[in-house]
Design a protein around this ligand. Sequence first.
Ligand code: AKG
Length: 285
Amino acid sequence: MFQLTQAQIDQFNEDGFLIVEKLISDEAVETLRACYDRLFRGEFETGVTPDEVNWQEGTGDPSLTRQICNGWKADRDIADIVLREDFAKAIAELGNWPGTRIMIDNVIWKPPGTRSLGHHQDSAYLDWFNPSDLLSCWIGMDDTSAEGGTIEFVRGSHKWNHSPPEGEFHGPEEYRKYMERAAAREGVKPEIVYVEVPKGGGSFHHGWTWHGSGHNKATYPRRSLVLHAMRSDTEYVPDHLADGTGPIYSRYKRLADNIIDENFFPVLWRNDGYRTPGIETYLKR
Ligand SMILES: O=C(O)CCC(=O)C(=O)O
């Protein structure tokens, strides 16, 4: 069971992120590594294709970081981690939320030599739901280092003004460009903090914290799994014309109302004890 201390919550509020040495066990890391091999080969255990498949063996650009979104619907080894109640409770505590739903997961694999992921603020892409608060838990499946292109955060940048979505996510040459422009607008010198943790460790970050990651210049891979979470009481923004992830995830909008359907965005933890029925049955093999 993962649990936060008050000192960690205070640190998160100050910095916009929190680094944690251990989130999942070594056995869970091994299980996930095997699962990553399957997913990027196109083997989907449940028979359901993930919502976004940006890289597959044989067809994917070998210079790019591999990415799949909503692996939890395709493979229950991913679901076991990203649907965890304790992570969801921790996220609610960090965000001061009544409860937590999964928005999406990110399955990320950056082999040696592959390219960066551009700096961005997650919440800039999320005007399809309201309140649009987002909080994420990032878990490394390898020991991480600055040289190996680990995720990096800009300390305190969740307090900066909100920037519009800009630039490339996959493989930009100047991966910090848009963050540096935002820092100049703020009149500050950005302080970069690298998440350097043993495998199974990771971080939490606020939806408005600037983050990204550089090329993998190391000789070992950098695999990570991210749980992106939203508030339990969030709803669809009707008829929005947003760019980014809206066109993909608005396909789950119900015709009659703005309720976000728990079958696609389950409530993982709520302060009244509620958790979407069916999660435990789904996780049973
Ligand atoms: O893993 C990375 O380098 C970036 C992932 C990311 O953008 C995120 O977790 O929001």
